[in-house]
Structures are given as C-alpha cells and as structure tokens.
Design a protein around this ligand. Structure first.
Ligand code: GLU
Length: 420
C-alpha cells in the first residue's frame, strides 16, 4: 500500500459526508472518529532454524456501541496501524449495514505469511493469541479470518485462548474448521454474498447475469469463491488474478479447474496454471478489461485515480475491503460506473460468522440450507435498505450504505447515552 494514501482518513471523510447528509451534529458521531482501543504487540517467534524473529501485531477495537467488536485478522507484509484502524472502522459500518449486533474490530500481523513454514505460522498465531488474551473473548471481541489467515489459523487461536481460559471457548473466534465448531457455509459465505449482491444489482440496472462478462482481481477465498458462484450463475469469468499475475480467456475460464489447481497445495500460484486458449495479462490490464462486472477482491487501493479513467466495467463489486480510493470513486461516479461498496458487497463473511457464533453460544448445529437461506435474506434486505437510502438521498450506493449504518450506530449510541 502506498503510504501517501491513508485509508483511515478516507473512511473518516466519508463518515463526515454521511453525517452531513443525515443532518447529524458532530457530537452525535464524534466518538466514531477514533477507535475505542488500539493495541500494538511484539510477537517473538522461534523460527525453524532456531533463531528468534519479532513480528509486529495489532488489534484495534473501533466501536462497541452495537455489540462486541468483530472482525478479521490479517497476515500481510503491509499491515500497519493505519490499515488496521481503517479496517476496524469499516467493520463497525459493515455490521451495521447488515444489521447484526456487533461493533467493529480488526487485527493483523506485519508478516509475509508465504515465507513462513506451517509450524512457524502456528507458533506466531499462538503467541499473538496470548498477547491478545486480555482484550478478546466471546462477548468482548471476536476475531475471524482475513487476508492470509484461514480456518486452521482460527483453530490455533481458539485452542490457545481455551487453554488460557481453562475451558473450551468455541465462540471466541469464527471461521473455524467445521469439525471444530465452525459453521457450514462460512468458508463460502463472502463469495456467496458477492454473488447475491451481483444478482440484486444486475436486476436493478437491467443486466442479465447469464453471459455477463466478469473479471475478478484476487483468487483467494473471497475472489476465487466469488468467481465460482458467479460462474454458476451463468457469468463468463474471463479473467482472474493473484499475486503472480492474471490469466485471461476470451470465452470464459474454467473456474472450477483453476480453483482445484490453486487449492491442491499451499502456495500454488496462477503463474503455474495453464490451459488451451489461455493468455497472461497484467493486473492493470485485468482492471481495464471490457467487462460487465469487475470484482476487485484483493487488497486496498486497487482502483486509483490513475486507472479509474480506463475502467470499462459497468458495475464494480467491491469484494475486498477498501479497493477504491476516494479520488477513483469520484471518477467512476462521473463516468456512470456503478460501485457497490465493500461494506455491503463483502458482508456475507461476517454475517455467517455471526451465525457461527450463535451456534457456538447455543451448542447447536444448523443445516447448510438454513444458513444459506438466512444469509440470502440478510444480504438481499441490506442491499435494498442501501439502495433505498441512496435513492432517497440522491447519493452513491457507498454513501447510502454509510448513511444507513451511521444512522443505526448513532441511534444505538443515543439510546445508550453518554455516561461519563
Ligand atoms: N475478514 C472478514 C471481513 O473483512 C470477515 C470478518 C468476520 O467474519 O468477523 O469482513
């Protein structure tokens, strides 16, 4: 991430605009301008060669107004406090958009996870958990997976927390493996939510998803799963990328084959995938393809003022958190491109995290059909709430989403009152 760009400042600017449109006074929402709690930890890890490396870790609890803090844990070399603060704030608004009873939080470690062995990752996760132990818990702050963390990492987190807590505490994290308190449908939930959002927006703008051309930036759990679900809806996924570059096929890629190839072993990359008729393009070229739907599902700052003038998609569905800079957002709006914002589009993950947490707290197991039905209901309702808000206020969908969320948070906050 370029350091001139501060994602936390960008969110705060959107919140100010949303507040002005709602007619809120500063005193109504000033508490949302800085996180309630920021923790920075140093995580010493014994590496496989016997040396000790110290990694920087974070957990930011942005707002607990509507419920316990909730949000993922990111392992990436670019993680820093500003990024975690932005992502934590985004979680507060995301949980309010889909109206689940959580606040927002986020954690991360500055580490290139691809350079660590599995044993090193486990020791890193367990040490990080011990350092977070005083501030997390099933009714306090509930982490989950994010970039480069998965169900296995959540299992280590849960196990370490449980040892320290003296009892099995499944509900302390979500996104766990299904045999260990995880929920059916959780690993696909973000991708499924993106597909459901695509369906709703396509209806609104009169686009037929059958045969619609789609480009997806990112082939991880979010991008890869979204591509699979969109493919199943009849979309032609013509391009997909990962850190090693992008692949393109004019008449649509075999997304299931790509998914199986990438998942066959840890660290597999698209640069090693080949198929007849496939060509290799850059990430920049992928973003600028002639497609109906573009799904940026990698990291922040993907769509910028430089590439926004060249984007040809009709719809941008934000699978990643914060993929579009504020300048780029304005350019896309001027060019008539519909952007469906991250805090709505990718909320399926945290929605099913909520279902997982409910199951853990009640010691029950829901059927996958029931979970998918409830997810669909929640996503479709949120989509229409956002759409209606944006239409009433005559704003973008992003502003509509922030207005809807801010209104819910401020209402809860006023009901609670300022105690001190
Ligand atoms: N990391 C995901 C997100 O950004 C999921 C968070 C969660 O399930 O708590 O929404």
């Amino acid at each position: 991430m370029s350091k001139s760009y501060n994602p936390h400042e960008e969110i705060l600017r959107i919140v100010d605009q949303a507040a002005a449109l709602l007619g809120l006074e500063k005193r109504d929402y000033i508490q949302l301008k800085s996180p309630e709690r920021e923790l920075k930890v140093s995580v010493p890890v014994r590496m496989d060669d016997g040396s000790i490396q110290v990694f920087e870790g974070y957990r930011v609890q942005h707002s607990g107004v509507r419920g316990p803090y909730k949000g993922g844990t990111r392992y990436h070399q670019n993680v820093d406090m500003d990024e975690v603060k932005a992502l934590a704030a985004a979680m507060t608004f995301k949980c309010a958009v889909v109206d689940i009873p959580y606040g927002g939080g986020k954690g991360g470690i500055t580490v290139d996870a691809t350079k660590l062995s599995k044993a090193e990752l486990e020791r890193l996760t367990r040490k990080y958990t011990t350092l977070l132990y005083p501030i997390v818990g099933p009714h306090i702050d509930i982490p989950a997976p994010d970039v480069n963390t998965n169900d296995e990492v959540m299992a280590w987190f849960m196990d370490t927390y449980s040892i320290l807590n003296g009892q099995l505490t499944l509900a302390v994290v979500t996104g766990k493996p299904v045999p260990l308190g995880g929920s059916l449908g959780r690993s696909e939930a973000t991708g499924r939510g993106i597909m459901l959002t695509a369906r709703e927006i396509a209806r609104k703008v009169g686009l037929d998803l059958k045969g619609a051309r789609v480009a997806v930036q990112g082939a991880g759990n979010v991008g890869g799963t979204a591509a699979r679900f969109l493919h199943r809806e009849g979309c032609q996924v013509v391009a997909i990328s990962d850190v090693s570059g992008a692949v393109y096929k004019e008449d649509g890629l075999d997304i299931e084959e790509i998914w199986s190839f990438l998942r066959a072993e840890r660290g597999r990359l698209l640069k090693d995938y080949d198929a007849p008729g496939l060509s290799r393009i850059s990430n920049t070229e992928l973003l600028q393809l002639q497609v109906d739907i573009l799904v940026p599902a990698a990291l922040e700052n993907a769509i910028t003022a430089e590439n926004a003038p060249h984007i040809k998609a009709q719809i941008v569905l934000e699978g990643a958190n914060g993929p579009t800079t504020a300048d780029a957002d304005n350019i896309l709006a001027e060019r008539g491109i519909t952007v469906v914002p991250d805090i709505l589009t990718n909320a399926g993950g945290v929605v099913v995290s909520y279902f997982e947490w409910l199951q853990n707290l009640q010691s029950v197991k829901w059927e996958e059909d029931e979970i998918n039905r409830k997810l669909e209901y929640t996503m479709v309702k949120a989509f229409h709430d956002v759409w209606n808000m944006a239409e009433q206020a005559g704003t973008s969908l992003r502003m509509g989403a922030y207005m809807l969320a801010l209104d819910r948070i401020v209402t809860a906050s006023k009901l609670r009152g300022v105690t001190f």
